[in-house]
Design a protein around this ligand. Structure first.
Ligand SMILES: N[C@@H](CCC(=O)N[C@@H](CS)C(=O)NCC(=O)O)C(=O)O
Length: 277
């Protein structure tokens, strides 16, 4: 067998007539076109990540935010919503031309960052590869290790031992996240400028800050690096708007007696488990 390499087939580029594009790139939405419908509710921390980033990118007005619990029979657990997000969770973004629906808040944010407005915003972030890696690590740590157990702060009924175990793990993961947030000097997770990592983490920190001291007896919900970022967010008008949405939802839960109803108050009264950190 000859080892001589066969001549390479002409590439698409070399075959096409000069000056003419071979493949058409699907047109991206123009600056003021509608982007789509975001199915979400104000208290949702995952949805808040998308709302906050959309505000930072100045595309929020191009998104129709709709409560899926009233838009679909059976809400997010019904068959109609299943076609929007088969995971039966919020948020989900249906694109304006209805060509696609996206679940997963971080995927929605990466889509927004890929639009012209998002690209322009990202270009202005003077961040190093190390800072970007720190942001990605913080986001992934949040999504993989905190997301699945955050419900221990507000869901129920739940087996008491499971709640106590998850609250302990939440403490550990918040410490991990705090260390990551301190790696690059600056007020934000990625250093000197805010990024999608701040949008991902801040809404969850609102839950932690409201619930962990008040209902679980923690002295501090999270460490100094996350606190520095949280304080910076509270000086940001878009983050403040998003904060008001999430906090309003938590306060409504509280007013409706949710934390008694789901068993948290009773669980925490059982001092054979550790709740405060
Ligand atoms: N990994 C998903 C998590 C989505 C998620 O858990 N959403 C919550 C609201 S924040 C939800 O839909 N909860 C209702 C349920 O699970 O029944 C994301 O980032 O979008």
């Amino acid at each position: 067998m000859s080892l001589a390499r066969a001549p390479l087939a002409p590439t698409i580029a070399s075959r096409r007539p000069r000056g003419r594009r071979e493949t058409r790139v699907r047109a991206r939405p123009e600056p003021d076109d509608p982007i789509g419908t975001l199915y979400d509710v104000p208290v949702s921390n995952n949805g808040a990540r998308c709302r906050l980033l959309a505000r930072w990118l100045k595309v929020y007005h191009r998104i129709d935010v709709v409560d899926p619990t009233s838009a679909f029979d059976g809400g997010i657990k019904g068959p109609a919503y299943e076609g929007i997000n088969p995971q039966l969770k919020m948020p989900a973004l249906t694109l304006a031309d209805e060509s696609m629906s996206l679940g997963e808040s971080e995927v929605i944010n990466q889509y927004l960052l890929d639009l012209p407005a998002g690209r322009a915003w990202s270009e202005k972030r003077p961040r190093t590869p190390e800072a970007r890696a720190g942001g990605a690590l913080a986001t992934r740590t949040h999504d993989l290790y905190i997301g699945p157990i955050q419900g221990a702060m507000y869901r129920g009924p739940m087996d008491r031992e499971t709640r106590a175990t998850q609250i302990k793990e939440l403490k550990r993961q918040l410490k991990v996240l705090d260390e990551i947030a301190g790696r690059v000097k600056g007020r934000y997770v990625c250093g000197q400028t805010k990024s999608s990592a701040d949008a991902a983490i801040f809404p969850t920190l609102i839950f932690c800050d409201f619930l962990l001291p008040k209902y679980f007896g923690w002295k501090e919900a999270f460490g100094p690096n996350l606190r520095r970022m949280y304080d910076a967010m509270m000086e940001d008008v878009d983050a403040e708007t998003t904060y008001a949405e999430v906090l309003g939802g938590l306060e409504a839960w509280e007013a409706a007696g949710r934390f008694e109803r789901v068993g948290i108050v009773e669980d925490v009264a059982d001092d054979s488990y550790r709740w405060a950190y």
